[in-house]
Design a protein around this ligand. Structure first.
Ligand SMILES: O=C(O)C(=O)C[C@@H](O)[C@H](O)[C@H](O)COP(=O)(O)O
Length: 358
């Protein structure tokens, strides 16, 4: 394993990488003089990661473990209310620290739990999936789903620190790694053509991304967020593929075979590449290249839905304004553009081209 590097993301938010990350966390906890620590985990991270974390942290203030079921359904108001109740019964106070140990569901839910309890407790994210390492655990978006709208309720609040331990990836199922890889490909598409090239030469079916690649994705995301933490404008570029992707993901959650977030976003990016050709002057050769990359990596991923069901969710997307459906698109590989109004007819046409319509 490589030496950990303490990496300042902004004046509040620290990211520690690698094997010494937990010793930095230990020092951070000691300095914070917390009254108690609440670990938010799912059944997998409870069994596979928490024992290692607790052993590494050694003596701690009073600790409580809040375990929720793995899976996107857990990001719900019902689960959140239960967690608020348990925190209250266990007398979490303003001096408590929340540590979220898990994938994107845990960091989104746990961040929202911490950010709302007693108007906001400090929290630390320890992402255990690739998706959470390169995306969900950093950037300060926390939240839960409401009905079939993804992240409809939430807040912007940075974690105090993030511990990225790439070794956790070795234990992940292949499809989980591939799901996180979709967000890395997105980072190349919206901001860095060189990185895109590097990623498409990487064999994600055979290897897990390196620490350098993870750092690169985090740095791209952070550069965007530094300009626009609350997503008034430029941050929306990080949402490429997500208008369609979230609609697909939400509807798939209502079926017996839900897609992983990154799988749905991959389908979203294919569809939004069609829209980028029409609305953002993306060239035909680049559009072909993008689609062939996704179609190769995610060749077994498909989803069918009715146009009206997808449109209902798309119409509720956070980036829209009034009746105007606004998308993040790409003008060329390495450059995204935000707030592009798109017609309903063209969205349906793009969904047809991606073979999503039942
Ligand atoms: O951090 C952001 O901003 C993003 O849009 C990154 C997305 O990859 C991520 O999935 C995010 O949680 C989506 O947020 P939402 O606002 O579309 O719910």
């Amino acid at each position: 394993m490589k030496k950990a590097i303490r990496y300042l993301v902004n004046d509040k938010n620290l990211i520690w990488f690698g094997e010494n990350a937990f010793s930095h966390l230990k020092t951070f906890i000691a300095k914070g003089d917390y009254s108690s620590i609440f670990f938010v985990v799912d059944e997998n991270t409870h069994d596979l990661c928490l024992p290692y974390l607790l052993q590494s942290l050694g003596d701690l203030p009073r600790c409580e473990v809040l375990e929720v079921e793995a899976g996107e359904d857990t990001k719900s108001p019902e689960v959140l209310v239960q967690l608020w109740m348990v925190m209250s019964e266990l007398q979490a106070d303003r001096h408590s620290l929340v540590i979220n140990l898990g994938g994107g569901v845990i960091t989104d839910l746990g961040g929202f739990l911490a950010g709302t309890y007693m108007r906001g407790l400090p929290f630390v994210n320890i992402p255990t999936s690739l998706l959470a390492m390169v995306d969900a655990s950093n950037g300060g978006k926390n939240g839960i789903n409401l009905a079939h709208y993804k992240n409809r309720i939430g807040l912007f609040q940075n974690p105090e620190a993030v511990c990225v331990i790439p070794d956790f990836l070795e234990t992940l199922p292949e499809e989980e790694v591939r799901s996180g890889f979709a967000e890395m490909l997105k980072h190349g598409l919206i901001a860095d053509a060189e990185y895109w090239k590097e990623l498409i030469e990487f064999d994600i079916a055979e290897e897990v991304p390196t620490e350098e690649m993870i750092r690169k994705s985090i740095a791209i995301k952070q550069e965007v967020i530094d300009k626009d933490f609350r997503e008034a404008g430029p941050r929306k570029v990080l949402n490429f593929g997500h208008t369609i992707g979230h609609a697909i993901e939400s509807l798939s959650l209502e079926t017996d075979s839900p897609l992983l977030h990154g799988e749905a976003i991959a389908l979203g990016m294919i569809t939004e590449t069609h829209l980028s050709q029409k609305y953002a002057a993306l060239s035909d050769p680049e559009a072909e290249e993008i689609r062939s990359v996704f179609e190769e990596i995610y060749q077994d991923v498909s989803f069918l839905a009715k146009a009206e069901d997808l449109m209902e969710v798309i119409q509720g997307d956070k980036k829209n304004r009034g009746d105007e459906l606004r998308f993040t698109l790409i003008t060329q590989i390495g450059n995204g553009v935000v707030d592009v109004p798109v017609s309903k007819e063209d969205i349906i046409e793009a969904l047809k081209l991606t073979k999503i319509l039942a």
